[in-house]
Design a protein around this ligand. Structure first.
Ligand code: GDP
Length: 367
């Protein structure tokens, strides 16, 4: 469902399909409905539900993924009508984050976000719950098969209590891990090592750029969300100054609020950077929209006050007219290709010129 233009909806749906493939699904068909607002009961309108049911039957699909966040009752109603599992964008994104989280802190943060998403949707999700709390990390949407009845009230209450206990424990653990990270950060600050955070929409080429700039072997994947945990590399400017470059969590449109909350501490790392290198995919059909989405998240963690250097990546793959348009729109942006290496030296120079000048330390020598 969309209230915007069909082109916007198509872009968003293409991204949803890419997300679903990243999560390991095979995408069979896409359906778009334009209406001024979602249907209160079933998200999409009645006629569209029939169309969707027919599509599900003809393709043999076992899951429907909706582009948006459905209320618990919309999810339940739609599942009852079309008789296959219904997952929303939020559950899908949570699922991918769960699959890709590597660090202990990242895993705990995703589990917390999943449980927070799950709590209001508990009714009828008994099966999903046992898997969730078992920590296997499959997304909330993976739960409850066709027509799965809700657990009895008593079981539901026990489940709720277990989840709340788990949520409280995770929050304590995350706070504790945050303290360790803050200590490390304080150490870096004391050493006055300038830091550069690479932010940008997911798949914009942040890892590739980090590789190019530092020569380090960071994982690069043509999948959304290859990067979940921040990777920090030390590198040296031509004048010998050392600085750090960190790759950050991939941003995505409609990043579930549970995740923004869960990743706040990770994202706050960005808030302490001396410079934010904001990478944009110049070959994407709508780079401006991606920039808006990223800036929104940056603002949420207070990183919108930091100096930002806009870098348009994938210049090798972007059409000439697009590059001209973006140059007009963002005259101060640097155009590069992490793939071919074009513009990288110039970018490195600009980054280095924007690093804070180190304070001069005066050492008093006592004879
Ligand atoms: P991240 O999610 O922002 O970290 O993006 P990655 O660095 O993982 O890159 C995502 C995809 O874009 C990968 O398939 C890269 O090979 C590709 N890519 C990155 N930079 C460029 C570039 O300059 N040109 C082209 N054509 N592709 C690129």
């Amino acid at each position: 469902w969309t209230s915007g233009t069909v082109v916007d909806a198509e872009n968003s749906l293409a991204e949803l399909a890419a997300l679903a493939e990243t999560a390991g699904s095979q995408v069979l068909e896409g359906l778009i409905q334009r209406r001024s607002q979602p249907d209160a009961a079933t998200f999409i309108g009645r006629g569209k539900v029939d169309e969707l049911k027919a599509a599900v039957e003809s393709t043999g699909a076992d899951t429907v993924i909706c582009d948006g966040e459905l209320s618990p009752s919309q999810l339940r109603n739609l599942e009852q009508k079309i008789k296959v599992k219904v997952v929303d964008r939020t559950a899908l994104i949570l699922d991918i984050f769960a699959q890709h989280a590597k660090s202990k802190e990242g895993k705990a943060q995703v589990e917390l976000a999943q449980l927070q998403y799950l709590v209001p949707r508990l009714r009828g999700w008994g099966e999903a719950l046992s898997r969730q709390t078992g920590g296997s990390g499959r997304g909330g949407g993976a739960g409850g098969g066709v027509g799965l009845r809700g657990p009895g009230e008593t079981k539901l209450e026990t489940d709720r209590r277990r989840i709340r206990t788990r949520i409280a424990k995770l929050k304590r653990e995350i706070t504790a891990m945050g303290v360790i990270r803050d200590t490390k950060r304080a150490g870096r600050l004391r050493n006055t090592v300038p830091s550069v955070a690479i932010a940008g929409y997911t798949n914009a080429g942040k890892s590739s750029l980090l590789n190019r700039l530092t020569g380090a072997g960071v994982l690069v994947e043509d999948a959304l969300f290859a990067t979940l945990d921040t990777a920090t590399r030390r590198t040296e400017a031509r004048d010998g100054r050392v600085y750090t470059l960190s790759d950050t969590v991939g941003f995505v449109r409609h990043l579930p609020h549970q995740l923004v909350e869960a990743f706040r501490s990770t994202l706050e790392e960005v808030g302490h950077a001396d410079l934010v290198v904001h990478v944009v995919d110049g070959a994407h059909p709508d780079p401006e929209e991606q920039v808006r989405a990223v800036r929104e998240v940056l603002a949420e963690v207070g990183a919108d006050r930091l100096p930002e250097l806009l870098v348009v990546n994938k210049a090798d793959a972007a059409p000439e007219e697009m590059l001209l348009r973006l140059k007009r729109e963002w005259p101060d942006a640097v155009f590069v290709s992490a793939r071919t290496g074009d513009g990288i030296d110039a970018l490195r120079e600009i980054i280095e010129s924007r690093l804070p000048v180190p304070a001069v330390e005066v050492l008093a020598c006592v004879p």
